[in-house]
Design a protein around this ligand. Structure first.
Ligand SMILES: [Zn+2]
Length: 193
């Protein structure tokens, strides 16, 4: 098929506009024309635009998260810097997010705290999952009974004569009052009494 060119003009962006004989003349290249049309459409349909944006954001969220995680891993110090800056300029929101995070991960954090605290008494055979469960139990009991429960080391970690380990077999849930009263005393002669 033969295409007969009527004239060749130049768009404001610098691109060539090939005007065909059969078509009417225009003074914008295809790209600029589409841009103008879509701009006008967006202006005429703001609600639809917002919805489309929301949908595409939702689609991209996972991709974004993956990318952000990689960025974090590559430059942890930069991430920490950004985080600190954000926290500084959003103190209220940061506080709220922190509280929510703590609430969501309470048992995990408590077990992790204990793990760090009792690091020297942690052994290779300590079952971290079981230990976390015991800490969770203490919290559940506190919630149900309304009386403070906490995790106790049956054999104290820093006893005068014997020292226990931070292992699940040496942990039990008791009332907070009992734990404070017991302190680090341990009856070595009669452990079952
Ligand atoms: Zn153009």
């Amino acid at each position: 098929m033969k295409v007969s060119v009527k004239e060749i003009k130049q768009c404001a962006c610098g691109a060539e506009i090939i005007v065909l004989r059969k078509r009417g003349s225009r003074n914008k290249c295809k790209k600029c024309l589409l841009r103008t049309i879509s701009k006008a459409w967006r202006k005429a349909h703001p609600d639809r635009c917002r919805q489309l944006k929301r949908e595409s954001d939702a689609r991209n969220r996972e991709t974004k998260r993956i990318r952000e995680r990689a960025r974090h891993a590559a430059h942890p110090e930069r991430a920490a810097f950004r985080m600190a800056n954000w926290t500084k300029s959003n103190p209220e929101r940061a506080k709220q997010l922190q509280a929510e995070y703590r609430k969501r991960n309470h048992d995990k954090l408590l077990a992790r705290y204990a793990e760090r605290h009792y690091k020297k008494r942690l052994t290779l055979w300590s079952n971290k999952e079981e230990i976390a469960k015991i800490y969770a139990n203490a919290r559940i009991l506190t919630k149900i009974t309304g009386i403070e429960h906490e995790v106790d080391h049956i054999v104290p970690l820093k006893g005068k004569y014997v020292s226990g380990l931070h292992v699940e077999d040496n942990l039990r849930v008791i009332l907070r009052y009992d734990n404070r009263a017991k302190s680090n005393r341990f009856p070595i002669t009669a452990p079952n009494a």
